[in-house]
Each structure stands twice: as C-alpha cells, then as structure tokens.
Design a protein around this ligand. Structure first.
Ligand code: ATP
Ligand code: ZN
Length: 655
C-alpha cells in the first residue's frame, strides 16, 4: 500500500471524498452476497460468479490505477502484488478469496486515507481560522472589506465574540481573547490597549498584552486593532504554510521501510514465480502449485509495514497541532521520542525573562543622578532583555527620561555592551567585558558582587572611560511552572537536564537548584553554547535544545531536535526550530515529549505486528498449512489493526 502524501496522486472521485471507502464497502457487499448465494443455493449457477466479478471491479479499481502508474515507472510495489494475487486467485477459481483480499486491502487503503485526512483536517482547520472579511474604520466611517485588502496601519473594529482578522496591536478597548486556535492555551488571555502609538515597535517586540493574532477569538468587549501584518504574512498564514510542508519530510523509520520494500518486493516476486513451478519437483498439479504461490504472495506482501509508520507520524503531528505544538515532520517526532537529554536556555525559557531591577548603585565618589542617567541613556539603545528591563525600571522608579545623549552602542556577544556618553566610552556588562577592556575591578566591588550572585541575581558592572563607576543587579525569577515541568519530564524518562546560560555560574547554579536541573553551565558565550551542545551530542548521541532563539540559535541549530518556546511571538523561532510551541508555556513540554515517545512506541508496535505477521504466515503458507482465505484474513487484518493503532495517537493525552 502506498503513502498518498508522498506521491500526491488523486483518484477519480465519483462518489465524493470517500469514494474509496464506498468502493471498498461495495466490494465487500458483493462478496458477501455472492458467497451466500453460492452456499445457500444447491444448484450451480452463474449468479455468484457475476457478483464476484462485480466485487472484483469495485475492490480492484483504485488498486489497479495505482499499480499501473507505478509499473509504468518500472516500480513493482504492493499494489502490483495484490493485483497479481487477485488475478491468480480468479484463475484457480478462488473467487471468494480474491474478493476478500481486494476488500480488506482496499479497506485498509481507505482507512489509511481516513487517517491522513483526519490528520490533515485538524491541521487545515487552522486555515479556516481567519475570517474572510474585516470591519475597518476609515475617516470615522465603518466599512466591511475582504481581509486580503487590509493594509498595514488600517484600524479594524473587532466586535465581541468574533474572530480577529489580522495580526496587530490593540489601540482601543480591553478584552479577553481566546488564543487557543494558535497557541493551544485554553484559558483566554487579557489584552489591553497600548498607551501610545508613537515609536511603535515591530509586531513581535510589542508587549504581548497588547498584541493580537489573526484567527483568535475576541471575548465580551469591542476592541480596535491597528493592523501590523498583511494577511499573507500573518502568524496563522505562515503556520499553515509550514504545516503543509511538514508532510513531505519522511521519518527515519519511513525511509528505512521504503528501502526495505525496494528489495523485498522483487524478492517476493521471484520466490512466487519459482513456487509456481513447484510441480516440476514435487508431486502435485500446476494448479496446486499456483494456489500455494498465490497464498505465499498474499502472506509475504508488506502491506501493513508500508502504512505502519506514516499513519502514526501523521496522527502524532495532528495531535500536537491541536495543542498548539507544531512538529515539523516525522524526523523531529521520532527523534524527540528517543531523547533522554535536554539542554535549556535560561533567560526566557526556564525563567520568566522579565528581570526586575534589584540594585543600581554607583561607587562612593560618583554622583548618583549622573550614574542613573548614563545607564538609562546607554541601555535604552540596546535590545537585550536585560537592557530593556533596566531602562524601563530606571524610568519608572526614578522618574527620569532618556535624552538621547548616548550613541554608538555595540553589543559584545555574551559580555555586554559598549557605547559613548558625552563623547566618552561606557562599558556595561560582566567581568569578562571589563577584563577584555583592561579595567581594574577592586576588592570591595568583587565582594559585593559575590553576595548578590549567591542570591541568584545577575550583576552587571558599569565603567566610564577607564574606571568602574558602579554596578546594577537584576533578578529574573524561574517560571512558576518550571519545577513541576522538570519533574514531569524526569518521570517520563528524561535523564539529563542541563541549563546553558550566558549569565554567571552562580546565578545558573542558584536557579538550577530552585527548579531541580541536573546541571548548570554558566558564563557561556553563544559559541560556547555550541561547544557544549557538541559535547552533549558526543556523549548522548541525541539531544534536544529548548530555547527562544535569542542568543541560542546556533546551539539550537546544532542539536538533534530544537524546540522553540513562544514561537507565535517570534519569527525566527517559528522558522528555525524543529518543534515550535506556539505559546510560551514551558508546561507543554512533557506533553510534547510524551506524545513523541508514544508515537515512537506505536511505530515500533506497528512494525512488530506487520513484520511478525509476515514471518508467521510465510512459512505456514509455503508448507501449505493454510488455505488462501485464512492467509488473506490474517494478513490484511493486520493492516487494518496497524492503522487503527496509529489513530489512537489522535486521542493522546498525558495521563
Ligand atoms: N545590554 C546589556 N546590558 C548589560 N549587560 C549585558 C547586556 N547584554 C549582555 N550583558 C551581559 O552579558 C551577559 C551574557 O549575556 P547573554 O545575552 O549571553 O546571556 P543572558 O541573557 O544573560 O542569559 P541566557 O544565555 O540564559 O539567555 C549577561 O549576563 C550580562 O552580564
Ligand atoms: Zn497505494
């Protein structure tokens, strides 16, 4: 049986989408009626034969089309084996068995397509998310227009309990919004209007409490949304595009079984042809030899094997999509299921990623007001989460504003930033940065730093010209769910959980202890994170890296499977990661790993069932210990069992 998704061939669908299923059922109906008439009427009649032939027609229709297509390309696959077996059965007069073969095979085929359709549908459901039109407000007037005509900076009005038509920022009104279609979170989130539209940041940089996604559902209040993305670039549009590409990537097991089939099918054909001539050697008629050959042909066909993996992979991916997790292909799914080591980024992954300012202290003889102003000016120019937190805290707590007195800011990866303030150089960052610049740090400051570091606070030194003028410390708290999540991960078989952070070792250790990580590695530059991932790969073969793509993208790219958090909020993460959690909920991880493990388990079971049946039936049929009907029932039955087993994944849940 072939995998539709990879060949993308469409059948003539006379009876609509389920034609294949109806044909298969009709095949079965004619088989049963033919069989009953044959058994119940004593006298020989042609009616059963006619019914069997009709049954052949329905059962063999789609299989012949596929077999023919492949044979004309020089490929002999299972469809061909089935047709050959059915013709052989007819030739020796075993019409009923031939019908049963075609019926079960086509039923398995139709079920396979049902599984694929089901998977695709839950993915395509995403496509129906965005409404077709939007109510826009132009010059104070309302107008309903198709969403493809929406332009950036249009203002749309979203009525209560309707779908939002575009990615944008709320500029008027507050509401709660059901984001489940995109992020899978079932609880609606509060959204408030942004205070000012001046200097509006990029969509992804705006605080999430103000931004909304196309396809999500507004709650009880009317809101106005400033459109920030064209309909074709919306998060949901890109999601759909990616999901449709997912299917083209085959999983490792799928590749393996394909390779196996390539050799196996011709071998079966040769053996079967040889068996046709068994009568030359042993004492039996040609028809008896043929009968045996056909029975072996049925028994040896790898029908179940061919669909065992694709059906499980698609079901797994579909289930994940329902929960707001995008798994990009069978490889990611299978690899994820085999993983026992996870490397985590710290900031924004294990921690909230919204550090609060705890200390901002100048050295004794430096003026505090100047110090604050300098830090504010410089950090306002940086995009780093630490910088954002520091700048906004200073503004709020000390009620001062940046006056654009700093310039030439440069980020030094993993160390900090440099800039100019009043034409003189400023350095803000860690000890490494100061060492690089040859700036002396005296004992008093070092001992103060130590205290804060023990506490799990991130400390940054500030130097002006060539002297330390003070330090800043911030505290980023672990996510509330981090501890439980790691515990659950351990329960489902993750052995090593390691934090990789650019922050100080002590901070890493403090957080690791609080949430129960096995190890924390601090003071890492982005390239050090890559080295660490390499080392882990060497030790454990396969590792997953969970991050947000901020300073861990290279390390993520190198890991076996990269998992991005909050991907709905970041273009890079969504694009690059193998697995994307739409929401930034760490607590989704156990579900993802659990589902992947379950998928892997089901794939294994399926392969065991399908190969097991072949190994069992082939010797029995060669020895002539069973009739063809029995072989057909067991063999094709295993195909159906395998598909049903895979469909279980659509209902997977933790516990
Ligand atoms: N804009 C900045 N202002 C002050 N210090 C900075 C700035 N950017 C980086 N640093 C310093 O460099 C260190 C390393 O930064 P990096 O971005 O590599 O990692 P991180 O954000 O601390 O943590 P993680 O690696 O877990 O994401 C920071 O801990 C901080 O001391
Ligand atoms: Zn096929």
């Amino acid at each position: 049986m072939s995998n539709k998704s990879e060949e993308n061939h469409t059948h003539h669908l006379i009876l609509g989408k389920n034609t294949e299923l109806y044909f298969s059922i009709l095949c079965g109906v004619f088989l049963v009626s033919g069989y009953l008439i044959e058994k119940l009427t004593a006298t020989a009649s042609v009616i059963p034969l006619i019914l069997y032939i009709i049954s052949y027609g329905f059962g063999g229709y789609f299989i012949s089309i596929e077999a023919f297509k492949k044979v004309s390309k020089g490929e002999f696959e299972i469809d061909f084996l089935m047709i050959a077996a059915a013709i052989g059965a007819a030739y020796i007069g075993s019409w009923a068995e031939g019908c049963l073969l075609l019926f079960l095979f086509s039923l398995g085929h139709a079920l396979e397509h049902y599984a694929m359709d089901k998977a695709k549908k839950s993915i395509e459901a995403l496509g129906n998310l965005s409404p077709k039109t939007a109510l826009i407000k132009r010059n104070g007037k309302f107008e309903e227009i198709p969403i493809i005509d929406l332009k950036i900076n249009d203002v749309i009005v979203v009525k209560p309990n309707t779908k939002i038509a575009a990615d944008g920022v709320v500029i008027k009104g507050n509401s709660t919004i059901n984001q489940a279609p995109i992020t899978g979170e079932s609880i609606p989130v509060d959204k408030t209007s942004i205070s000012t539209m001046e200097n509006l940041l990029e969509f992804h940089e705006i605080d999430k409490k103000h931004t909304v996604f196309a396809g999500t559902i507004n709650g009880d209040n009317s809101i106005e949304v400033l459109v920030l993305k064209l309909s074709k670039d919306s998060t949901v549009a890109r999601l759909i595009k990616m999901v449709s590409e997912v299917e083209t990537q085959k999983s490792p097991t799928q590749r393996l079984t394909k390779k196996f089939e390539k050799w196996y099918v011709p071998i079966v054909l040769i053996v079967v042809v040889l068996l046709c001539f068994a009568y030359v050697i042993i004492d039996e008629s040609f028809n008896e030899s043929l009968y045996r050959a056909i029975t072996v042909l049925v028994a040896a066909s790898p029908c179940a094997l061919a669909i065992s993996t694709p059906s499980a992979v698609l079901s797994g991916i579909a289930r994940a999509a329902q929960k707001g997790v995008l798994i990009k292909g069978g490889k990611a799914l299978e690899d994820l299921g085999a993983i026992t080591t996870i490397a985590f980024d710290k900031t924004g992954t294990l921690t909230e990623g919204k550090p609060t300012l705890t200390n901002i202290i100048p050295v004794e003889n430096f003026d505090e007001a100047t110090f604050l102003q300098l830090v504010l000016e410089v950090e306002s120019l940086s995009n780093h989460p630490l910088a954002k937190a520091i700048a906004s805290a200073i503004k709020k707590q000390y009620n001062i504003e940046a006056k654009n007195e700093a310039s030439g800011v440069k980020a030094i990866q993993g160390k900090g930033i440099t800039a100019f303030y009043n034409e003189k150089k400023v350095f803000i960052g860690n000890v490494k940065l100061m060492k690089d610049e040859g700036i002396h740090i005296d004992e008093i400051i070092i001992s103060k730093m130590e205290n804060l570091l023990q506490n799990g606070e991130t400390v940054m030194l500030v130097a002006y010209v060539d002297k330390i003028i003070g330090f800043i410390s911030v505290m980023d708290v672990p996510r509330k769910t981090a501890k439980d999540t790691l515990k659950r991960l351990r329960e489902i078989g993750i052995k090593h959980m390691i934090m990789l952070t650019g922050d100080h070792q002590n901070v890493g250790d403090a957080i690791a202890k609080q949430i129960g990580l096995t190890e924390a590695k601090g003071n890492l530059l982005p390239e050090d994170k890559v080295t660490e991932v390499k080392a882990l790969l060497l030790r454990d073969k396969k590792i997953a890296m969970v991050g947000d793509g901020v300073n861990d993208a290279p390390a993520m790219a190198l890991s076996t499977v990269s998992v991005a958090m909050g991907a709905a909020g970041s273009d890079v993460a969504l694009e690059v990661a193998d697995v994307a959690l739409m929401s930034d909920k760490l607590e989704n991880l156990p579900f993802v790993f659990g589902l992947s493990k379950a998928s892997k388990r089901i794939i294994k079971q399926n392969i065991f069932i399908s190969l097991g049946m072949v190994f069992l039936l082939v010797p029995i049929t060669i020895l002539g210990l069973t009739n063809i009907g029995f072989a057909v029932a067991l063999h094709e039955g295993s195909t159906i069992v395998v598909v049903l087993n895979a469909l279980r994944l659509l209902r997977y849940d933790m516990e």
